[in-house]
Design a protein around this ligand. Structure first.
Ligand SMILES: NC(=O)c1ccc[n+]([C@@H]2O[C@H](COP(=O)([O-])OP(=O)(O)OC[C@H]3O[C@@H](n4cnc5c(N)ncnc54)[C@H](OP(=O)(O)O)[C@@H]3O)[C@@H](O)[C@H]2O)c1
Length: 254
């Protein structure tokens, strides 16, 4: 059974791997035997992730890239292929929810709206589009890190919710276009303790109300996103495509 989860010989690109969920997924894929390319804009931090991938038993090579820039994505894919000969797994995890995109609809700054969509949705689409020619070998897997905000509404997070609903949508449409060669799935995490939500979770009343809304009555650790990613990257999920796996402590069950 264990060998179904084995990623030996697979090359995985993980965006947004300088910290948080992306970093944990990169290390998890490495522990399952993958060659991992952690990427983000902060070179020093992705180099640290690459070292942790190696410590976990995989091979790691950091390549700096900004998913909002097409040229940067092209360079990321070309360098990965030049170094390792192909791309088997793409984890679209880079994401943001900037201050100027928060608030009731009437207060959302249109620049914040565009920036959020450019990274969370357009960035993920461009990475998949650019990696496509290398993924088309019958074993490719794209994993889009969505959110519970891709399945249900979240108040005062309209651009973010739009981007994540869009990401769940293109997960399904890409799965249709690329079957049977490439599987495309999403993971929808609930609240995970990372810098992303640090400020909200530091606020006692917000923390309390989010916990009350979560049946498992706690927030996730980033490492709890690694197992689901290994599953979707590996043969263990060979008949799974176009799906969105909720890893949300029960958030969307009610
Ligand atoms: N934490 C949660 O509760 C939660 C819940 C549901 C879904 N998610 C989703 O999970 C993903 C990761 O979130 P997280 O909590 O780990 O957030 P985080 O700690 O803020 O990490 C975000 C990552 O995205 C990278 N990134 C941001 N903009 C980028 C760009 N333009 N190009 C390349 N990389 C970029 C950041 O690296 P650099 O700054 O170095 O570029 C960083 O590595 C996001 O898509 C988020 O929406 C998070």
């Amino acid at each position: 059974m264990g060998e179904q989860f084995d990623l030996t010989g697979k090359v995985a690109v993980v965006t947004g791997a300088s910290r948080g969920i992306g970093r944990a997924i990169a290390i998890g894929l490495g522990a399952a035997g993958a060659t991992v390319v952690p990427t983000a804009r902060t070179t020093e931090d992705i180099e640290a992730t690459a070292e942790e991938v190696e410590a976990a038993g995989g091979t790691g090579l950091a390549i700096t890239a900004d998913v909002a820039e097409e040229e940067s994505i092209t360079n990321l894919c070309e360098e990965t292929v030049a170094e390792f000969g192909g791309i088997d797994v793409l984890v679209n995890n880079a994401g943001m929810n900037p201050e100027n995109a928060l608030g009731k609809p009437e207060t959302v700054d249109v620049e914040g709206f565009d920036q959020t969509l450019a990274v969370n949705l357009r960035g993920a689409f461009l990475c998949a589009q650019t990696a496509a020619e290398y993924l088309q070998d019958g074993e490719g897997s794209v994993i889009n890190i969505a959110s519970v905000g891709g399945l249900v509404g979240l108040p005062r997070q309209h651009p973010y919710v739009a981007s994540k609903h869009g990401l769940v949508g293109i997960t399904k449409s890409m799965a249709l276009d690329w079957a049977p060669d490439v599987r495309v799935n999403a993971i929808a995490p609930g609240y995970v303790e990372t810098e992303f939500v640090e400020e909200a979770l530091e606020n006692e009343s917000i923390r309390e109300s989010l916990l009350n809304r979560t049946p498992l009555n706690r927030f996730a650790a980033p490492a709890e996103m690694a197992g689901p990613a290994v599953f979707l990257a590996s043969d263990a999920s060979s008949y799974v495509t176009g799906s969105c796996l909720t890893v949300d402590g029960g958030w969307t069950a009610q």
